[in-house]
Each structure stands twice: as structure tokens, then as C-alpha cells.
Design a protein around this ligand. Structure first.
Ligand code: ADP
Ligand code: ZN
Length: 311
């Protein structure tokens, strides 16, 4: 079976073909400029690959509700030419194959749950800490959407008493992203984040904020695993610091076996930066086996079981 994957990012569009076992046969990266230039290149890539279905995981905010009139649209992004753009509709018009659609971070989480660090888990969170901060949530075996989709990167944090930085988020100042994404690190310390690798105080403070956010997410969502990805998490010294501080934040509350084994509870991706594309393959697989409403819920559950027999 040939499945298509499109990881639609604000700087690049990664297009790939693979199969339901998570094997990637071919992959290219196309710069994200404006839709008039970028979409034809994506269509040209898939035109001769003949995939049965396409999974699309996109930067956002997006509309992931199949019953909404703007399903498949990119909504109020700061990237003007992509604002209110019917991404899925334009792809469908030309390719005419079944398509699955979700946020970039839900895509990465789906990759991890299907093939990676959280394989087989029903409840997990994936957070990327890079140019921005975003998070995908799976709860009870379903990717969480709700009203739109979660925006974990913008939850409010309490600044550490000695931290006078005003925060970088244009909406909230000192939210999670405003305090802890790559650009915030760079503005606060005046250097590129990777150049600060040996400055312990930088990563102490970074871990303080990440741990504060994770503690809230643990209390609200009760995930069985948290996967951290994105450029900033290349600083691997963050992992032990974050695990220690999450324990301190929870202060003995929630004494579960999973939380006692912190090394396996808060983990990096296991998929070498392919988690997004692999999640798209799973989205494509599910789209292929999903019939139109009203039979969707019936068919999705049987698709679920036939998929797990492959993995
Ligand atoms: P994006 O979020 O744009 O998809 P990344 O996940 O690579 O891309 O995140 C880019 C951000 O991560 C930048 O702010 C950069 O400074 C930071 N970053 C990238 N590599 C490293 C590194 N090795 N150590 C610390 N920060 C890094
Ligand atoms: Zn914010």
C-alpha cells in the first residue's frame, strides 16, 4: 500500500510516501512561500506517486472539525498569504483521494503513539519547543480537538521570582511560549540558544518553566507519557532537570508507578525527527478506511484494529 504524507510547516512542507508499517520510501522538502507557488509543487510531487490516501498535519491554527464549513482550512495564522486558506480542499480538488487532517503536533503525537516513544498508549502528550511551543494531546485513544484544538504553548506560567524578562508572546507576554520557546531564550540571554549549551543557569531556568507547564498538564490531562521534541530539546541536559523539577512541583501528590519512573515518563522522541511524517502516514491510513458520515464511528474502530495488526 502506498500512502502519502504532508507535514505542512511554516518554513517548509515535507512531502513523503510510505506505507502503513511506517516505512518511508521517499521524502522531499519544499520551502513554504505563498500558496500559489507552494501548492503546485506539492501536487506535482504526489501526482506520479499514486498514493491511496494522504495524511496532512499542518501548522495552524487550523479547523480540524470534519463537520465545519471551514474544515481543512488554515485559520488566523500570522503568515498572511495562508490566512483562511482552504489547504485540504485545494489538495483534494487536484488529487481526489481520501485525506486525513490534523495539527502538526497532533500528527507528531500520532507518529509517536503508532510507532515511537508512546507506542500503543491511549493517553499521551507531545510538546514541541522550538520557534514556538505547541502540544498535541491524545486522551482515551483519541486525538483531542474540542472547540478547535489545544494551544498548550500559551498557558500562563508564573515567572520565577528572580526572572525579570517580560516574555516574548505578543498576546500574553509571559505564557509558556513567551518564556521558554527558542526566541525567548535568545532574547533573554542575548545569544543563539545552541551557543548557550554550557551555561547551566540558562537550562535551570528553562527546565523550571517546562516543568511548571508539564505539572499543570499532568494534573489536567493525566497522560501516561509526555514526549518532548523541537529544536530546544536538542539540549539533552534538560531532560534530567525537567524530571527532577516536575517531581518537586507535584511534591508527592500523584504517587503513581508511571510518575515514580520519571526516566520513562518524560522522554524524547524515538523517531529521529520523522514523527510528523509517520503520523501523517497513520492519518492517511485512517482516512483510507473511513467512510463518510454517519458510519464514521463504526468504521473507524474497525480501522483501528486492522491498523494495529500491522504495527
Ligand atoms: P521550528 O519550531 O521552527 O519548526 P525547531 O524545532 O528546529 O524549528 O526550533 C527552532 C528553535 O530551536 C530556534 O529558536 C533555535 O534557536 C532553537 N534550537 C535549534 N537547535 C537548537 C539546539 N541545538 N539547542 C538549543 N536550541 C536550539
Ligand atoms: Zn502566548
Amino acid at each position: 500500500m502506498i500512502l502519502g504524507a504532508l507535514e505542512a510547516g511554516g518554513t517548509k512542507m515535507v512531502c513523503a510516501v510510505g506505507n502503513e508499517k511506517g516505512e518511508i520510501f521517499d521524502q522531499v522538502s519544499i520551502p513554504t512561500t505563498d500558496p500559489g507557488e507552494t501548492i503546485p509543487k506539492i501536487l506535482a510531487y504526489f501526482a506520479d506517486k499514486d498514493p491511496e490516501a494522504l495524511g496532512v498535519a499542518s501548522f495552524g491554527p487550523i479547523d480540524p472539525d470534519p463537520e465545519s464549513e471551514t474544515y481543512g482550512y488554515i485559520l488566523s495564522t500570522p503568515k498572511i498569504s495562508w490566512q483562511n486558506y482552504d489547504l485540504l480542499g485545494n489538495l483534494k480538488k487536484s488529487l481526489g483521494i481520501p485525506m486525513g487532517f490534523d495539527t502538526d503536533v497532533n500528527g507528531s503525537l500520532l507518529g509517536e503513539v503508532t510507532y515511537g516513544s508512546a507506542k500503543g498508549l491511549s493517553d499521551a502528550v507531545y510538546i514541541t519547543i522550538g520557534t514556538g511551543i505547541g502540544g498535541g494531546v491524545m486522551s482515551g485513544g483519541k486525538l483531542l480537538h474540542g472547540m478547535l484544538h489545544s494551544e498548550l504553548g500559551h498557558i500562563r506560567l508564573t515567572p520565577r521570582p528572580d526572572d525579570t524578562y517580560r516574555g516574548k508572546c505578543p498576546f500574553h507576554g509571559t505564557c509558556f511560549e513567551g518564556l521558554a520557546a527558542g526566541p525567548a531564550i535568545e532574547e533573554r540571554w542575548g545569544r543563539k540558544a545552541f551557543e548557550l549549551a554550557d551555561r547551566d543557569e540558562v537550562w535551570e531556568l528553562e527546565a523550571y518553566y517546562i516543568a511548571q507547564a508539564l505539572s499543570d498538564l499532568i494534573l489536567i490531562l493525566s497522560p501516561k507519557k509526555i514526549i518532548l521534541g523541537g529544536g530546544v530539546m536538542h539540549q539533552e541536559q534538560l531532560f534530567p532537570l525537567i524530571r527532577k523539577k516536575v517531581k518537586e512541583e507535584l511534591n508527592g501528590y500523584l504517587d503513581t508507578a508511571l510518575l515514580r519512573d520519571m526516566d520513562h515518563y518524560i522522554v524524547p522522541s524515538a523517531l529521529n525527527d520523522n514523527q510528523g511524517i509517520l503520523g501523517c502516514l497513520k492519518l492517511a491510513f485512517d482516512a483510507r478506511t473511513t467512510l463518510p458520515l454517519p458510519n464514521r464511528s463504526l468504521i473507524s474502530s474497525s480501522a483501528e484494529s486492522s491498523f494495529s495488526s500491522f504495527s
